[in-house]
Design a protein around this ligand. Sequence first.
Ligand code: MLT
Length: 323
Amino acid sequence: MQFKHSMIALLGLATAAFAQAQAWPAKPVALVVPFAAGGPTDVVARTLAASMTKSLGQTVLVENKLGAGGNVAAAYVAKAPADGYTFFIHHNGMATSTALYRKLNYDAMKDFEFVSQAVEVPMTLLARKDFPANNFQEMVSYIRANKDKINLATAGLGAVSQLCGMMFQRAIGVQLTEVPFQGTAPAMNALLGGQVDVMCDQTTQTVPQIKAGTVKLYGVTTKSRVKVLPNAPTLHEQGLKDFEVVVWHGIYAPKGTPRPIIDRMNQAVRAALKDPDVVKRMDDLGAEIVEDRTNTPDALQAHLKSEIDKWGPVIRAGGKFAD
Ligand code: MLT
């Protein structure tokens, strides 16, 4: 009898989840961005959201939740209702934060459902327009000679601008004063205004500034040159052997979000990544759409795990942590 009642209860739950998924989305869907509006993550999120709004028939609303290098947003999404109306886009920070923070209010591997990978983005090493160095070698010499006076802008511990900046400082043997912002959009404003000196940032924000000549570019962080900036040498080819930072984005949902909703969201992300408007915008900004076969929940889960394993030792060697 007990068994029969449990079976009926289980069936009831399954039917409710199915009905919920069938009706989804019945209202706007939030896509939480962990950094400031107008910055690189936000640009990717809004480009995808515009396309997904068309395919889902409901608005995908980008919500910027700032703080702690992306970790305020991650903790918020981990605790959000698992009803299919909250999703999260994050980058390498989802993996690096587990090593950077002694205590996090969420578990990257356990507290989320995995939806899809999305795009990969190169980074650029920049300085303010009037920085007194005209090429990478001059930049390194100037920084070494003036290290006490130079500020490095970042988006905080957990941000890729901080990770790239940390690797750059380590590679050239200096420790600069880091100035954290709540995203590289405000950091870029400070660079343009001359309040900070140097910054690593993603092409999704920097290409327009580089093309307009409002910042100085010293190299790209990928192993090969970037199509949209063909004249920019890599840091690797300029002497920082094997220097490589590629920013990858994943889309997540709170743990327990019904699988049929995850699958439908996955289809919407994949459709967006094939939308010619998205393809063109990403192309213009140097971002590469991740191969279709790797845009599955399982592939994202495996990728996150491998990135946690990859960055943990690099970060621990850097010795920079937050509570
Ligand atoms: C942003 O969107 O502001 C950046 O992704 C922050 C960073 O990680 O550097």
